[in-house]
Design a protein around this ligand. Structure first.
Ligand SMILES: C[S@@+](CC[C@H](N)C(=O)[O-])C[C@H]1O[C@@H](n2cnc3c(N)ncnc32)[C@H](O)[C@@H]1O
Length: 252
């Protein structure tokens, strides 16, 4: 079931009750997941309506986008809703959507990003051109959307163009509940810790969180490892696993 009332939960774990007027009134669990998310977020109008993919050049560059934890977790959990925080051009989003499609799962990957880049994309000359700035403002969202269509995954991907903090409240208040969360947005300690704290409460028991760029040796992004380790020291969980370079763990 994708849509459920959201009483007693906040993405930051503070436990306040969500005002009922913010929750979609008709929770139709018989509706396909894609249509239910379109109704919950865009009041029924798909983001693909009127999108002419041929106007934009696909560009499939990404990082760690086909890590074995992604496919393995989706095969085990068979989720109706996956949320990815940190999407870039859609590498891992499209990979997960292809898995859902190939397994015949009626599921959606909700792709959360500002499509404005992280600080490292602005800091490194190598990545900056990918932002496709127009009059100073990035336009890579359309590269992402074109990539989704080029891969034939538009039936399993929906974008949520918000920063992680706002997106968590949108997801909560619009009654969406993921069974799998993949975090790959800001990589500094505070960003990772904040993302863990705001997305973990939205998972049900048995839900799986996957954290990108976790390296137990701390050679790749030690800030990610430190945030994940500190979070898990204080958070009941089971089945922690790490493989270069992602970690995953399950909510109890
Ligand atoms: C490393 S890239 C994601 C890579 C992608 N998962 C892949 O497989 O190629 C990080 C992305 O996180 C996004 N991002 C960074 N901070 C964010 C935030 N606070 N909220 C939403 N997106 C954020 C950036 O815009 C960027 O697109």
């Amino acid at each position: 079931m994708l849509l459920t009332p959201a009483k007693g939960l906040r993405p930051d774990g503070a436990g306040a009750t969500v005002p009922l007027f913010l929750i979609p009134d008709a929770l139709d669990t018989a509706m396909p997941e894609f249509d239910a998310v379109v109704r919950a977020l865009w009041r029924g109008r798909s983001p693909y309506d009127g999108f002419v993919a041929e106007r934009f050049k696909p560009d499939a560059q990404g990082w760690n986008s086909e890590h074995p934890f992604l496919a393995d977790t989706l095969r085990r959990v068979r989720p109706g809703l996956v949320i990815e925080i940190g999407v870039w051009k859609g590498g891992s989003t499209i990979h997960m959507a292809s898995i859902l499609r190939d397994l015949g799962i009626d599921g959606v990957v909700l792709a959360v990003d500002t499509w404005l880049g992280s600080w490292e994309h602005w800091q490194q000359d190598e990545w900056f051109p990918s932002l496709l700035c127009q009059n100073g403002y990035p336009s890579m969202y359309y590269t992402f959307l074109a990539n989704v269509v080029a891969a034939g995954t538009q039936g399993h991907v929906l974008p949520l163009p918000q920063d992680s903090a706002n997106a968590a409240f949108v997801v909560l208040y619009r009654g969406l509940r993921p069974q799998v969360v993949h975090i790959d947005a800001g990589h500094d300690y505070e960003a990772v810790m904040a993302d863990l704290k705001r997305w973990w409460p939205l998972l049900p028991p048995g839900g799986v969180l996957i954290a990108d760029d976790y390296d137990p040796d701390g050679k790749v992004w030690p800030t990610v490892r430190d945030a994940v380790d500190d979070f898990l020291r204080e958070t009941p969980h089971r089945d922690f696993e790490a493989l270069p370079y992602k970690a995953r763990f399950t909510k109890v």
